[in-house]
Design a protein around this ligand. Structure first.
Ligand code: G
Ligand code: G
Ligand code: MN
Ligand code: NA
Length: 255
């Protein structure tokens, strides 16, 4: 209840910050291919409390919709700043399954994208794979509205849910993000994890989907994933999530 009240105040005050984590090419070693937008709360009462704690609370208390929409505004400001530097980067934005279940959430997303001057070349939306199976009709309408407008979708935490192949095809996914619980085990010669990642990469190739491995921590994981054809990587090995200004300084050079 304490956190819920603080979150409500934080939303009223816009006390959230955009952090970015790099997505890099595994095939063209090290090329910056995009970034994932991750939320942090700057309200003093929530100092040190990460999204792993406050997002589930925001989801239960109906506040997550506002946070997801605010992130679109923050990404718009970030890409405007890059534009001013003559730069561009594709950004992945997470949409909570709770937000998607709200009536006409897709229309709200499109309105924020338009106000933030963001188009399909600028952003891609991540939806947790596990959520995809029990999306209600409002969520399906929202996803459809985003697809019709030309936006692309990524299945986040892939491997932890139960999506059928036909469902994945219906969603017209662009990308699969292999969950870090699998990635963390591939360099341990854990045959079972190897098999799951191999099968996921083979399936993605057959369906023409781009693949991203999450939570890459070691050079050995990079080597294995590259050998097995995974397109992109994300994780502490390449960079942890950074505040927008530090992200620019670290990955996009001095102005
Ligand atoms: O950034 P971090 O790894 O601490 O995030 C923890 C969890 O919170 C992850 O599951 C992540 O997907 C979720 N999360 C982080 N930022 C956002 C966001 O901007 N929107 C949504 N919906 N979820 C987020
Ligand atoms: O659920 P989602 O994939 O959106 O969450 C991304 C979260 O995972 C971020 O909050 C980020 O801080 C965390 N994360 C990113 N890379 C790594 C990593 O290499 N190792 C670990 N343990 N966590 C990571
Ligand atoms: Mn994500
Ligand atoms: Na994930």
């Amino acid at each position: 209840a304490m956190i819920g009240q603080s979150l409500q105040r934080a939303i009223r005050d816009g006390a959230f910050a955009l952090y970015l984590q790099p997505k890099v090419s595994l095939l063209e070693e090290g090329r910056l291919a995009g970034a994932e937008a991750l939320v942090r709360c700057t309200d003093p009462a929530l100092a040190g409390i990460g999204p792993d704690i406050f997002m589930p609370i925001a989801e239960r208390s109906g506040l997550v919709r506002d946070i997801d929409l605010l992130m679109i505004d923050l990404v718009g400001a970030f890409l405007a700043e890059l534009r001013g530097r003559g730069q561009h980067l594709g950004i992945s934005i997470n949409l909570s399954p709770e937000s998607l279940r709200r009536v006409r959430f897709g229309d709200a997303v499109l309105a924020h994208l338009s106000a933030a001057q963001l188009g399909p070349e600028d952003v891609l939306f991540e939806i947790t794979e596990g959520a995809v199976v029990d999306l209600n009709s409002d969520a399906r309408d929202s996803i459809e509205a985003l697809l019709v407008a030309g936006y692309e979708l990524s299945a986040d935490d892939f491997g932890t849910g139960y999506s059928s192949l036909s469902y994945l095809q219906k969603l017209q996914l662009k990308e699969l993000k292999i969950d870090r619980s699998f990635v963390s085990r591939i360099s341990l010669d854990d045959g079972a994890s190897d098999a799951i990642v191999r099968a996921t990469l083979a399936m993605a190739a057959a369906l023409g989907l781009r693949t991203v491995a999450e939570g890459i921590d070691t050079p050995a994981q990079v080597v294995w994933l590259r050998q097995h054809g995974c397109d992109l990587g994300q994780g502490y090995h390449f960079g942890k999530p950074l505040p927008a200004k530090e992200f620019i300084a670290t990955f996009l050079g001095p102005d």
